[in-house]
Design a protein around this ligand. Structure first.
Ligand code: FES
Length: 85
């Protein structure tokens, strides 16, 4: 489990071990777009402001990985991420 701070919304959410970052974000922000939920379409890509991401997608370039993540498959490497959401 880890926490995600939604910087623009001013909220912090918990992501449980058995759920995706996307599912946790959508509890707070139900309009957050997604499609494939498997890390290949890019619909759920969002900017990461702080924290190390455990990237589990097959789409993003190394450069994109420096400051963004796919919410449907990727997680925090440590215990906290800050997203521009
Ligand atoms: Fe397609 Fe996340 S919903 S990459």
């Amino acid at each position: 489990p880890f926490t995600v701070e939604l910087h623009r919304s001013g909220r912090t959410i918990e992501v449980a071990a058995g759920e995706t970052t996307l599912a946790a974000v959508r509890r707070e922000l139900p309009d957050t777009p997604y499609s494939c939920e498997q890390g290949f379409c890019g619909t759920c890509q969002h900017r990461v402001l702080a924290g190390e991401v455990d990237h589990r997608d097959t789409l993003l370039t190394d450069q994109e990985r420096e400051d963004s993540m796919l919410l449907c498959v990727s997680r925090a490497q440590d215990d906290h991420l800050v997203l521009d959401l």
